[in-house]
Design a protein around this ligand. Sequence first.
Ligand SMILES: [Mn+2]
Length: 423
Amino acid sequence: MEKKNTFKKFYPAGTESIFSEDICFESKFSELMVMKPAFVASAKIIRDAISDGMPVYIRHHADADGYAGGIALEKAISPVIRKLRFNDTWRYFDRQPSKAPFYDYSDVLRDIITSKRNTERFGSKLPLVVLVDLGSTKEDLLALRRARIHGLKVVVVDHHSPGKVEAGKSAVDKYIEAHINPYLFGHDKNITAGMLAYELARTIDIGVYAPILPAVAGTGDKSHGKIFDEYVKESGETQEFLKKLALCVDFEAYHLRFMNDSGIISELLTLSDSARKTVELLSDEITERINAQKAVIKEYSVVETMKNGFVMGLFDAENGMEQGRFPQIGKTSGIFIEYLSEKHKSTPLIAIVFTKGSMSLRANTTAAKHGFDLNKMVQELTSGIPETKVEGGGHEVAGALRFVPAGKNKVLECVKQFISKLA
Ligand SMILES: [Mn+2]
């Protein structure tokens, strides 16, 4: 059968070869093959947007997983746009990191404003927004609904639990064009957003090949499983190096704050000689800082073994952390759980780093096996103690909560109660 290319006709002369392949999705993993319809639908929407002259905005979480995914999609999308739009690429493509692990309301306003401005000035079409490592949860709903009102089209590539799934759909699906999330297909967060975005990038353009991206994505998000192992093998790098690299991306992301990385992180992920030098330079500094923070945790945390065998560690960030310096609170709870795991092997562990109005929480896989689920806990707290205005979420074993400072003790008490009820 003759191969049909539906995109050729949109391209100016000389650019036909860009998407010369039909959209095609293949994987040796059944976990990915089951998601094929979502990959194909998303790739088609993105290809159509490019050929219809819609700007494409990529918004990704500012961590190793999010950056790797955003950069993978940039590799598939931006060269085509550059070829089609010549000097106007900047109007048709934009990638921005997001501090929050959800589509923040400020971010959707920025996207609406940018698109309005470009429509008024240049007659630009409304953009297609591709969210990576965010977009699937209840916390994204307000921004997604606002985007919808303004005619922004959204594709979500995420691995945060979307809550209740019915007939393969979740709450955000009403407001978006396509949704790639392993939970919609009976799988979980171990297929991380960076891996999904990499597969999507290859569905858009089979020429994209950079297994270091899904490998570093999975390393950063502590993925387990044969799909992750395969990417690591394909990347040709050691786990130790990948860990260093993921930490470097986090370190860079932390210091970039609200700045666009302008290719600095893409360059780091090319593994050029200078990138490897940077990794070595930063790794020593990061290791030193992590060890210093671990010493503080060791001295000032309170660790309690509960009747059900759970070990819960509490660390007060107000008194035990420097403000505005890496490692920040989320990273510190990661260091805390690591410290607890060194001391208590094969025990269900919960590490909590709290401030007067927030907490960052990490659990180990043993805790998850014993029924700990952060999102369930948040649900219970939200309905049980509404007077604390507690809200938040994340993964089953990693996430963050906010609450009013007056409610801090009550929230801590209820978290403890929730954990003590687990089998
Ligand atoms: Mn992630």
